[in-house]
Design a protein around this ligand. Structure first.
Ligand SMILES: *[C@@H]1O[C@H](CO)[C@@H](O)[C@H](O)[C@H]1NC(C)=O
Ligand SMILES: *[C@@H]1O[C@H](CO)[C@@H](O)[C@H](O)[C@H]1NC(C)=O
Ligand SMILES: *[C@@H]1O[C@H](CO)[C@@H](O)[C@H](O)[C@H]1NC(C)=O
Ligand SMILES: *[C@@H]1O[C@H](CO)[C@@H](O)[C@H](O)[C@H]1NC(C)=O
Ligand SMILES: *[C@@H]1O[C@H](CO)[C@@H](O)[C@H](O)[C@H]1NC(C)=O
Ligand SMILES: *[C@@H]1O[C@H](CO)[C@@H](O)[C@H](O)[C@H]1NC(C)=O
Ligand SMILES: *[C@@H]1O[C@H](CO)[C@@H](O)[C@H](O)[C@H]1NC(C)=O
Ligand SMILES: *[C@@H]1O[C@H](CO)[C@@H](O)[C@H](O)[C@H]1NC(C)=O
Length: 864
């Protein structure tokens, strides 16, 4: 039985084996065919034709082949690169954009000299004529050993390479699409060893279905200002990105763009160039549309459809020079552009202006003092605007004061800006393309003659005089009435009384003297009750010698601070708030009372206030040791702070913040935490000052977003500096910077002068990452410190300065970290590492006259 079964099986196998073989062969053929269609490489001498494509490996993101962009003209074929597997077909690059293949038999060939060619019409079909050359990469070079090959990469770049490296790369010869990984320079580099002379422009398609070069092209300013423009028809500027501030483009305060890695760098081969690296994989491509819009798409994970996330120009003011020179554009209710002349200017041609033709813009009236031999020119800071075009970088000026005076001393200078990342920028007398932004902390200082700077007060005075006159007339009428009619006398009397009493109560609150005070016993830390004294303005003047400069202790974010001595001999610090806070009296009083209730040993105590007329004054306890920066950055006093004192200061600040953020009933975000706002008492205990200022000024601001960004560069978290979004985590960021300052003994804002020119967070991260964190430590404390503890503090600081607010620890966690030995998570590298490096001054001095933005700042992702 067994043997018979065996024979049977054997014979059946023998009879089926030819069929098996055929199947096997067929499968092999198929596999080979498939392997051929999914290759990513075209060998030297080979060609790609018909519907065959190359597919990028290993992830098969992109595909190269011939496609008909216009369904109505299916015979017009173009060689393109598109996303594989996304419908409708999304083309990112086209080779023969101006010359479609029409013969029905196009091919892509790689010649022996490494030149990519798009050919139309195979010779075999029309024996008499050679194929027509539609496009060529123009890179003929003798083949190296191993020959050339063309490949499509998963990034979307089509390259001709040899084993020595790339010879040609489609990323340098783009169509209309910016993809992650591209470098965007003024000029594309040539083939290896040869200089390039091709402008790098992203030129729109002529229409949705025609890839021929369209009217709009995006590229970098050839004058080297680092701005991006879209030009229309060759040289009309259509849109402008605004200057690069080291963190973002002035005109594009849309943060995800930069967190995804737009970075600026400068090197000898490419000059100024940006690199776009999508760290967020769903942000995919920027396209210049046929109608001139620059649009950014990402792909929806769920449906694989493209979603528009951003586009420019997106409103009437974002078109270049919508208002002509010296006028500011705001978007009106109806979405149309509204132009207003800048202060100190008037329409140049009134008739045209009134008819809504703003092309001529505005002109100075009155003239500057320097134009008419008068002195007294000054500057008006204008907030939240897109800086005008044609800025000129003063490479030799390194501080605000110098920048201001260099603009003041040059009569043709119309405005200046100084920030630590851009350096000193000045403008000539035509300020072009200014528009109002929703967010951003960027201020332009506009030069005006003395008379214009005073106008504010003059208007004020006139208004006061008029209202006084009206009041007198009113009172006279009332008195008359009172004499006239006994019937209405009562009513009038009542009304007069109520008017009178309200003035009285107002006077009462403002004229109250030291005898008056507001007392509160609740909510105090040490059981003692506190009182808030209300002082008169005269007393404040007496205490500070009439706010004399010799009594001035410093200038805070919200106004100057003076040293004062009260009649009892008590020394106090008197903060005179800026007048234009826009806050009402009642609101202000309520806030002051709330803030007076914030009592903590690491907060400076508010002792009293003075509210009278325009004046709003806060009186604080006086700190004899001044502020932390006076010690930390002063070579003579630095050594008084040994490591244990510094650590106590770090802890003290953290506790003060904990109280502000969590334990007080107000939940205050400080918003301007920095070394000069940390005061030191006689025992060197740190006390946070200026807290609550943010709150007092909070009238028109909600808790998370503000139009008026107060703060100090270097300490501001990225989301706050760019978008005005603030939260307790923005304070955590500033605290991280402060820890690094305390450890290094160097100012955060001076860091870009440092030889390596990363910002403090970037520098610290790099040192830490390279296990060289010990080199960060201030040499003065290296001997006295516990290395382990300092390194732990550096680690905590790096956690606090991470880009994403939600990755930063909150203050309670920081305090636990400071006081325990628990293991800490690894900090992410700050992607927004500013790198301020000056443009290499190899250019001649005429070139320096070109409008150029000075400090080139580079942000780099030091991936691990
Ligand atoms: C072959 O090419 C020549 C020249 O381009 C053209 O005149 C002729 O019509 C073509 N013949 C065919 C059969 O396509
Ligand atoms: C290649 O060179 C030819 C002739 O100089 C020119 O017309 C063509 O535009 C060049 N092609 C590219 C892709 O630069
Ligand atoms: C570059 O500078 C020249 C001369 O200063 C000027 O005419 C031109 O408009 C500038 N181009 C751009 C794009 O700013
Ligand atoms: C990627 O970007 C989108 C849109 O800005 C955002 O909603 C998403 O949270 C981002 N993802 C990550 C991981 O950052
Ligand atoms: C250009 O086209 C895009 C997409 O169709 C549209 O969102 C945008 O508003 C258009 N822009 C103009 C100026 O027409
Ligand atoms: C606006 O005025 C300029 C000259 O100042 C003129 O060239 C232009 O045609 C005018 N535009 C319109 C829409 O009238
Ligand atoms: C300004 O003063 C200089 C010398 O002081 C004089 O030469 C010049 O004419 C004056 N210009 C005007 C406009 O008054
Ligand atoms: C004054 O400013 C203008 C405009 O910025 C500039 O062209 C000129 O060179 C400056 N003159 C001096 C003496 O610096």
């Amino acid at each position: 039985m067994g043997g018979g079964g065996g024979v049977f099986r054997f014979s059946s196998m023998a009879s089926s084996s030819p069929r098996l073989l055929v199947l096997l062969l067929a499968w092999l053929c198929c596999a080979a065919a498939q392997a051929q269609t999914t290759t990513d490489t075209l060998r030297q001498g080979a060609s790609l034709s018909g519907s065959a494509t190359l597919v990028s490996l290993p992830d098969r993101v992109f595909e190269v082949g011939f496609f008909p962009p216009d369904p109505k003209q299916p015979s017009r074929l173009y060689l393109g690169v598109w996303y594989r597997g996304i419908t409708p077909r999304t083309v990112v690059w086209v080779a023969n954009r101006a010359a479609p293949a029409v013969s029905g038999a196009p091919s892509l060939a790689l010649t022996d000299a490494g030149e990519l060619q798009v050919l139309d019409g195979a010779a075999a079909v029309n024996g008499t004529a050679a194929p027509r050359l539609l496009w060529s990469s123009n890179t003929s070079r003798a083949a190296p050993r191993g020959g050339y090959y063309a490949t499509i990469q998963d990034s979307g770049s089509l390259q001709v390479r040899s084993d020595d490296g790339p010879l040609w790369d489609s990323f340098w010869h783009p169509t209309d699409t910016i993809l992650s990984g591209m470098q965007i320079a003024v000029q594309a580099p040539g083939p290896p060893g040869r200089a390039g002379n091709e402008r790098m422009l992203f030129t729109s398609w002529a229409s949705e279905t025609d890839p021929a070069p369209g009217r709009y092209a995006l590229g970098l300013d050839p004058n080297g200002s680092g701005q991006a423009y879209i030009w229309r028809d060759g040289n009309d500027i259509y849109w402008r990105s605004g200057q690069w501030t080291g963190v973002n483009f002035i005109g594009i305060p849309w943060r995800p763009l930069y967190l995804s890695g737009w970075t600026l760098s400068n090197d000898r081969d490419l000059g100024l160039h940006y690199t776009y690296t999508a760290t967020n994989t769903s942000l995919q491509r920027f396209v210049v549309l046929p109608n001139g819009t620059d649009i950014c798409y990402m792909v929806k994970k769920s449906s694989q459809e493209w979603e528009t996330v951003w586009l420019q120009p997106s409103n009437a003011c974002e078109y270049y020079a919508a208002c002509g020179p010296n006028a500011k554009c705001t978007v009106g209710q109806d979405g149309k552009a509204q132009c207003t002349c800048l202060k100190g200017f008037q329409p140049k041609l009134w008739d045209q202006w009134n008819a809504g033709n703003w092309t001529e813009g505005c002109t100075r009236n009155p003239l500057l003092g320097c134009q008419v031999n008068q002195s007294g020119d000054g500057f008006l800071p204008m907030g939240n605007i897109k800086w005008p075009d044609f800025s000129y970088w003063m490479s030799t000026v390194a501080d605000e004061k110098g920048c201001k005076s260099s603009c003041l001393n040059n009569c043709s200078c119309g405005a200046y800006v100084y920030t630590t990342t851009t350096g000193c920028l000045v403008w000539g007398d035509k300020l072009i393309d200014i528009h109002e932004l929703q967010t951003g902390s960027y201020t332009l200082n506009l030069k005006l003659p003395a008379s214009e700077l005073r106008v504010h007060h003059a208007v004020w005075h006139i208004a006061m005089i008029i209202s006084a006159v009206v009041l007198v007339v009113l009172v006279a009428c009332l008195v008359l009435w009172w004499w006239r009619g006994r019937n209405i006398k009562d009513a009038v009397h009542r009304s007069w009384r109520s008017r009178h009493s309200s003035t009285w109560s107002q006077q009462n609150s403002s004229m109250l003297d030291i005898s008056q005070s507001i007392r509160f016993d609740d909510d105090v830390e040490d059981g003692k009750s506190h009182e808030l004294k209300v002082y008169s303005l005269d007393r404040m003047k007496a205490a500070t010698c009439n706010f004399s400069d010799s009594n001035k202790l410093g200038e805070g974010g919200f106004g100057p601070v003076y040293m004062g001595t009260l009649p009892g001999g008590e020394e106090v610090a008197v903060k005179r708030l800026c007048r234009n806070s826009g806050q009402g009296l009642e609101e202000f009083k309520n806030e002051v009372i709330l803030i007076a209730k914030l009592q903590h040993r690491n907060l400076v105590r508010l002792l009293g206030c003075c509210i009278q007329r325009e004046e709003k004054i806060l009186v604080y306890e006086y700190m004899p040791n001044k502020s932390l920066d006076a010690f930390l950055f002063n070579p003579e006093k630095q050594e008084l702070l040994d490591w244990s004192k510094r650590f106590d200061i770090i802890e003290g600040i953290a506790r003060g913040l904990l109280y502000l953020h969590r334990d007080s009933r107000l939940r205050v975000v400080h918003r301007d935490l920095k070394a000069s706002n940390i005061l030191l008492d006689a025992d060197m205990n740190p006390k946070i000052s200026d807290f609550g200022m943010a709150r007092i000024f909070g009238g028109d601001q909600n808790q998370f977003n503000t139009n008026r960004v107060v703060g100090t560069f270097g300490y501001m978290s990225p989301e706050y500096a760019m978008e005005g979004i603030f939260s307790v985590k923005s304070d955590v960021y500033s605290f991280g910077v402060l820890i690094l300052e305390i450890i290094t003994g160097k100012r955060a804002v001076s860091f870009h002068y440092h030889q390596d020119s990363l910002n403090i967070a970037g520098y610290a991260w790099r040192q830490w990452n390279e296990d060289k964190a010990a080199e960060l430590i201030d040499p003065l404390i290296r001997a006295s410190c516990s290395l382990r503890q300092v390194l732990r503090c550096v680690h905590i600081a790096l956690l606090c300065v991470q880009d994403h607010a939600d990755e930063r620890p909150d203050i309670p966690t920081v305090i636990i970290m400071l006081s325990s030995d628990s293991s800490l998570p690894n900090p992410r590298p700050p992607t927004l590492m500013l790198r301020g490096r000056e443009i290499e001054s190899t250019k001649s001095s005429e070139n320096e006259q070109s409008h150029s933005i000075g400090t080139v700042s580079m942000t780099q992702l030091h991936g691990r």
